[in-house]
Design a protein around this ligand. Structure first.
Ligand code: NAD
Ligand code: UDP
Length: 338
């Protein structure tokens, strides 16, 4: 029988890609999502693509009764936990919501898992826990110093997970620090659907390519990088989804909690992304230089060797693949899922 995996936040951008990958690899995802930043449309599309029914529970990851219901209804072997809030700017304005959902939600979920003796856990963390001074390539043992309540809430959840695994050796936990996930599944049916004006570069570039925004705003062209624009370690969302499958297999032979970076190990500048996207969409993209964005750093990228060695995972998709698939999604779904 297929192993059942609880996937929290499975209707969101990254969760929907993991959901599809789980099914393709023979697992049965059970999705919990409160739809605060998503809809069930991605799940319907994945059901159409795979011909498989996806059990879905609408609810909050902090809701004990819902969690008890899920763990007693489905025989689950592991949890992949993505449900959470993810806007740095919003977290500065509303820190309580971020600590409650991201930290409190993770603790509530572990409590329920402990009650139901399900102790394999994969956590979505973020490179943002490293803070502004980390030296690239960033290794997992680099000092953590999150610069926002969002980053703090992710790090606090990581710390709780390490303590939980330390106290009970039956827990096996993979903490995955994502660098910059971008792109979409090559089928063009699922992708990133940000509310309002996108904050992140790739969805903004997509909207300019589609004529929904007038021009790309490049925040800073005076950084100490080869072309002066900021550099990041962009990672195709399908490579990222695949890493969760590798982590699930790794958990079987693991002990304790372990942190892994998920990135390609190299950075691309804003201008390089724009050039690659222009090739993908077949036309020039207007841009303007603006001052640096508050809190941004010049450049960072991952050292992903630990994931390669232990999870037996590495990113295979190129920046051209990322831009092609982002454009395929954008052009087929000009208004996202609506
Ligand atoms: P997303 O907003 O698309 O997905 C998150 C999902 O969680 C949404 O479907 C939302 O409705 C759901 N959710 C939010 N609060 C919930 C709650 N209290 N109970 C149940 N469901 C809830 O975001 P994403 O980009 O797919 O990110 C997923 C995870 O990956 C997050 O934990 C985020 O911190 C982490 N992450 C994302 C990025 C990124 O650039 N997208 C980078 C690093 C880490
Ligand atoms: N960026 C930009 N214009 C935008 C959004 C982002 O120039 O509209 C730059 C940003 O300054 C950074 C890079 O693109 O150098 C990636 O930004 P994003 O917000 O996507 O990721 P993060 O900064 O969270 O790593």
């Amino acid at each position: 029988m297929a192993k059942r995996i609880l996937l929290t936040g499975g209707c969101g951008y990254i969760g929907s890609h993991i959901c599809l990958e789980l099914i393709e690899q023979g697992y049965q995802p059970v999705v919990l999502d409160n739809l605060s930043n998503s809809s069930t449309t991605p799940l319907q599309r994945i059901e159409q693509l795979t011909g498989q029914h996806i059990p879905f529970i609408e609810g909050d990851v902090r809701d004990e009764a819902i969690l008890d219901h899920i763990f007693s209804t489905y025989e689950l072997s592991a949890t992949i936990h993505l449900a959470g809030l993810k806007s740095v700017a919003e977290s500065v304005a509303a820190p309580i919501a971020y600590y409650q959902t991201n930290f409190g939600g993770t603790v509530a979920l572990c409590q329920a898992m402990q009650r139901h003796r399900v102790k394999h856990f994969i956590y979505s963390s973020s490179a943002t826990v490293y803070g502004l001074t980390a030296q690239s390539p960033i290794r997992e043992d680099a000092p953590t110093a999150p610069a926002s309540p969002y980053g703090q809430s992710k790090l606090m959840a990581e710390i709780a997970l390490r303590d939980i695994a330390h106290a009970d050796p039956q827990w096996k936990i993979a903490i995955l620090r994502y660098f910059n996930p971008v792109g979409a599944h090559a089928c063009g049916q699922i992708g990133e659907d940000p509310c309002g004006v996108p904050n992140n570069l790739m969805p903004y570039v997509s909207q300019v390519a589609a004529g929904k925004q007038p021009k790309i705003r490049i925040f800073g062209n005076d950084y100490p990088t080869p072309d002066g624009t900021g550099m990041r370690d962009y990672l195709h969302v399908c490579d990222l989804a695949h890493a969760h499958l590798c982590a699930l297999r790794w958990l079987d032979g693991a002990s304790g909690a372990k942190v892994f970076n998920l990135g390609t190990g190299r950075g691309y500048s804003v201008l390089e992304i724009i050039r690659a996207y222009e090739k993908a969409c077949g036309h020039a993209l207007p841009f303007q230089f603006l001052p640096r964005r508050d809190g941004d750093i010049a450049s960072y990228h991952a050292e992903p060797a630990l994931a390669t060695r232990e999870l037996r995972w590495s990113a295979t998709r190129t920046i051209e693949d990322m831009c092609r698939d982002a454009w395929n999604w954008q052009s087929r779904n000009p208004n996202g899922y609506t």
